[in-house]
Design a protein around this ligand. Structure first.
Ligand SMILES: Nc1ncnc2c1ncn2[C@@H]1O[C@H](COP(=O)(O)OP(=O)(O)OP(=O)(O)O)[C@@H](O)[C@H]1O
Ligand SMILES: [Mg+2]
Length: 407
């Protein structure tokens, strides 16, 4: 009461107030998380029904059944209590085994290299995390291997991909901090499997802010042993990169040392920009920063660079903005855009993304449309990646052939 009289619109004790917000907030998050995921196993493996699984394997329904019987790859039997029936569902790992038997699984060609893609933009809230997480999942759904590196201290990608509450359930030494500050090899121990087989993550929590403070400080950044503080992520990813087809780095909305490390470590970039004047102008400013960064990096080509028009509301103003951006940035803008849709926050309320939804709440049609947009964007990117790998592999085999001729 007294507090209200002294500071009617504020607080006499911000520290205490924030602490109570933190306590209440984390309790709420835990409760919510436990409602939608099993606390022991965090998130249960994502499964697909027989029709979707057959499509994913890329065979006819009779062939699917035949393969399943022949190789004894059972689905998981799930009881649907409310409908009083049992149905079969398939995990990605079962689907991938069936793909292998049917010889429909895609394998990155020999002679190609993993892509390391920084999803970046200086502006906050443009859809970096959403883009990064869903791309990682879709790559796994296509039978490939992806790793998401959460480099944002907010830990949203970690929460949504692992079901773990970053500050409560990710210990300090299980984030990238230890790898970047002390021992790059440690990176092998911090990779977490997710509920999508083939999609792993390196989690983050508030503690990774330490990197942005310590890396620039020569007294504590361990440069005598580990060298340049800008190249730590590159060195750490070098150790594990061959276990993946694509490594996606979810950058925070800043240009601190972690973001600089991502730009140096990556060989590709995806920049989400919503079609609005503020987002556009912020991106233009970011290009000046990026240009300076690249000028300071001797000969650093990018194998991949695409802008994704994100959170497109479909209004006339947004369409005008989109047209202008397409005129200016041409082929660097993906043909498909991601629409702004209520399906994203709906999935987020259940600590997930659109790809986690097995039974849409509300309109099925609205969910189907959102999923279609997301799939179109991600498949365009994945097909670009496959093209890059094909070119790399062809180039490598040509070089090999010509060096044999010279011998
Ligand atoms: N296609 C979409 N439709 C509707 N809402 C979206 C869409 N994509 C993202 N959002 C919402 O917009 C907000 C910001 O998205 P996201 O966290 O992906 O952005 P970000 O660029 O990673 O933000 P930050 O810079 O804070 O890390 C979130 O609340 C997210 O749920
Ligand atoms: Mg983010």
């Amino acid at each position: 009461m007294l507090e209200r009289q002294i500071a009617p619109y504020g607080t006499e004790n911000p520290a205490e107030l924030m602490d109570s917000f933190y306590q209440i907030g984390t309790e709420m998050l835990l409760e919510l998380r436990n409602l939608v995921t099993s606390p022991e196993e965090r998130k249960q493996a994502r499964t697909w029904g027989a029709v979707d699984a057959t499509k994913m394997v890329g065979v006819s329904a009779p062939t699917f059944r035949k393969l399943q019987k022949e190789y004894n790859i059972p689905g998981i039997i799930i009881e649907e209590a409310e409908k009083n029936r049992k149905i079969k569902k398939y995990t990605l790992s079962a689907i991938n085994s069936l793909r292998e038997k049917a010889q429909t699984r895609y394998f990155r060609p020999e002679g190609s290299a993993p892509l390391i893609i920084a999803v970046t933009n200086l502006k906050g809230g443009v859809g970096k995390t959403e883009t990064a997480v869903d791309l990682g999942k879709k790559i796994a759904m296509e039978g490939m291997r992806s790793l998401l590196v959460d480099l944002d201290a907010q830990g949203t990608a970690t929460l949504v991909s692992s079901g773990r509450i970053p500050d409560l359930e990710i210990p300090y030494d299980k984030t990238i901090t230890n790898s970047l500050m002390n021992s790059p090899k440690n990176i092998e121990e911090i990779v977490l499997k997710t509920h999508f087989d083939g999609f792993d993550i390196i989690p983050a929590n508030l503690a990774i802010q330490d990197c942005d403070l310590m890396l620039p400080n020569d007294k504590v950044n361990n440069h005598e042993h580990l060298g340049s503080p800008f190249e730590r992520l590159k060195a750490a990813l070098e150790i594990i990169k061959n276990q993946y087809d694509v490594i996606i780095i979810d950058c925070g909305p800043n240009i601190g040392f972690l973001t600089l490390n991502s730009i140096i470590a990556c060989n590709g970039m995806i920049i989400p920009i919503p079609p609005s004047m503020y987002d556009y102008s912020s991106f233009v400013m970011y290009t000046a920063t990026l240009s300076n960064m690249f000028k300071n990096l001797p000969k650093k080509p990018l194998d991949y660079l695409r802008i994704i028009i994100s959170k497109h509301p479909g209004s006339n103003e947004a369409l005008q903005m989109e047209n202008m951006m397409r005129e200016q940035f041409g082929r660097y803008i993906l043909s498909n855009h991601m629409c702004e849709t209520v399906e994203v926050p709906k999935a987020a309320n259940e600590i997930g993304t659109i790809y986690d939804v097995t039974r849409p709440r509300g309109s099925r049609e609205a969910y189907r449309r959102a999923l279609q947009h997301l799939n179109d964007v991600n498949m365009e990117i994945i097909n670009n990646f496959k093209d890059i790998w094909r070119i790399q592999a062809e180039r490598n085999s040509q070089t090999e052939r010509s060096s044999k001729v010279e011998v």
